[in-house]
Design a protein around this ligand. Structure first.
Ligand code: NAP
Length: 517
């Protein structure tokens, strides 16, 4: 390792300029491969003779010695670059960096490299102003991320602010979306894309090459004016999941309250029965299937609405309303939440017999049976209903699992468009039909029994059937030849109003004719 004060000379350290003892090639080329160890034993070894940088290795500077600077230095050294770190306290920080990186005072560190990463927070940028002269003409890479509050507070991005402090430098915004952990741990588990922006194309190209050398994929985001947008990326929290999650939570609250009123409150008020013990388990168990089923139908409802709109307008070239567009874009998340609720329901159902309340009820039933002198309790209809009901539920969950698995990017990418469409559209619809049959066999004739209308409220399953039945019905209608033919024509570009009239003024008879284009 090398810690130096200003004026002190130390040998430049590198990632294996000297020949390796095992005869392998020293790591002097920019490999960009992330499968190899981030940093070889040799590079972290304190024996500097084994880790000397070749003189031609591009030199990269880093200002700051915090978490990001350390991970970045490790990554750069592992990629075969020569690194010099500028710190206010180099002696204190040197032990934390790979031995191949040179750790020195800020003023000395910025002397030779053309590219300097500024790994300090925005509020400390001004403390670097003393380095203005040494930094003149260099490329400064702004890796900073604002907090949510800072992002709202400053209209100017961190990168633009840095550029205003150092007008003689070229500022490039990059690497802020990569965490220190990803830099250290390698890319297999992390995001590979690095959005880059700058007002200088040449500087952007240099930093892009560096990103490539480190195994990342640079994404050109244009001029420095895009920095604010890039800085907003790490502030996002599951953006595609907000609306679907709120929807699922809303449905959960609605159905939980509804089931509570029917299964707990009604027996308490009208029959003086205390069944509040059902709140943590039974009522919860009856809620996720309702949510899962309605959510699944909401995956297919926007497609049905879009097709209806296309049929009505007679074209596919009119934009859908924004709300429908957003809904169509969120179908994957809604489907995955549906699968999550269905899986929860399956686990809860398997646990039902484990509850002590279940065992008490079973024993009480048996005692009642003995007291009433009934030896063989067997209702054939109930037995059949339950067998079919459970089997349909398991089948529906199986198909839903398949849908969930194929929506994973790694699986989805291995399917061609037709296969993906078949799984998501056809099998998805099969899952909806199976769930509907599962619900119908669960409800059986109860929708027609007066005792099922507690507090005049219809049984929960009848409510859940509404949307899915509409979706299945309309999808069935779309299979009618007159509708399916017109719909497929529209989807291949046909338009109702695409008739263009050609009038030939010389011939009055011909002028009456129209031509279809
Ligand atoms: P950190 O651990 O707090 O390091 C910040 C470094 O700034 C300090 O170690 C310090 O190094 C240096 N510094 C220079 N002048 C300073 C001053 N006047 N006052 C205080 N410190 C000063 O923070 P970090 O996590 O490495 O983050 C550094 C930058 O990288 C931030 O802009 C952050 O937004 C960005 N970033 C971080 C991550 C991450 O995962 N950590 C990810 C993306 C982006 P010396 O004491 O050696 O001078």
């Amino acid at each position: 390792m090398a810690a130096e004060g200003p004026g002190e000379q130390s040998p430049a350290l590198g990632c294996g300029e000297s020949p390796n003892t095992d005869g392998s090639q020293p790591a002097t080329k920019l490999s960009g491969k992330m499968d190899k160890p981030l940093i070889s034993r040799r590079l972290v070894d304190s024996d500097s003779s084994l880790a000397e940088f070749p003189s031609e290795a591009p030199k990269v500077g880093i200002l700051g010695s915090g978490d990001f600077a350390r991970s970045l230095a490790t990554r750069l050294v592992g990629s075969g670059l020569s690194v010099v770190v500028g710190s206010r306290h180099p002696k204190r920080m040197v032990g934390l960096f790979p031995s191949a990186a040179k750790v020195t005072f800020q003023a000395e560190a910025v002397g030779s490299p053309e590219v300097i990463f500024v790994a300090v927070f925005r509020e400390h940028y001004s403390s670097l102003c003393g380095l203005s002269d040494q930094l003149a003409g260099k490329i400064l890479v702004d890796v900073s991320n604002p907090t949510e509050q800072e992002h709202l507070q400053h209209r100017e991005s961190n990168a633009e602010y840095l550029a205003s402090l150092f007008p003689t430098c070229t500022v490039v915004k990059a690497f802020n979306v990569i965490s220190a952990w990803t830099l250290q741990a390698g890319l297999r588990d992390g995001n590979r894309q690095v959005p880059i922006c700058s007002d200088q194309p040449e500087a952007k190209r240099t930093v892009s090459e560096l990103a490539h050398a480190m195994g990342f994929t640079p994404v050109d985001m244009g001029s420095l004016a895009s920095a604010r947008e890039i800085e907003a990326i790490p502030l996002r929290l599951l953006p595609g999941w907000k609306v679907p999650t709120i929807l699922a939570l809303g449905l959960f609250i609605f159905f939980y309250t509804y089931n509570f009123i029917r299964d707990v409150l009604q027996p308490y008020v009208q029959e003086n029965k205390n069944e509040f013990y059902k709140l943590p388990f039974s009522v919860v168990n009856t809620t996720p299937p309702c949510v899962a089923y309605v959510l699944l139908s909401l995956v297919y409802l926007p497609g049905v609405l879009a097709a209806t709109l296309q049929l009505w307008r007679g074209t596919k070239y009119h934009r859908f309303p924004d709300w429908l567009d957003h809904w169509l874009q969120h179908r994957k998340q809604i489907g995955l939440l549906s699968f999550f609720c269905a899986a929860l329901h399956a686990v809860y159902s398997v646990c039902l017999p484990v509850r002590i309340s279940y065992r008490y009820n079973l024993v009480n039933l048996a005692i009642k049976q003995v007291l009433t002198n009934k030896s063989h309790l067997w209702v054939e209809e109930n037995v059949w209903r339950m067998e079919i009901y459970l089997s349909l539920g398991v089948l529906a969950l199986g198909v839903l699992s398949l849908l969930a698995v194929t929506s994973l990017p790694s699986i989805a990418n291995s399917l061609n468009w037709r296969e993906f469409n078949f799984v998501q559209s056809t099998l998805g619809f099969v899952a909806l039909v199976l769930s509907t049959l599962h619900t119908l066999t669960y409800g059986w004739t109860r929708a027609f029994e007066e005792s099922s209308y507690k507090f005049y409220l219809p049984p929960t399953f009848t409510l859940t059937l509404l949307v899915p039945c509409v979706v299945i019905l309309v999808k069935g209608l779309f299979l009618l030849p007159c509708l399916s033919h017109r719909l497929s024509k529209i989807r291949r570009g046909w338009e109702k109003d695409s008739a263009v009239k050609f009038t030939l003024p010389m011939d009055h008879a011909l002028a009456q004719k129209t031509s279809h284009v």
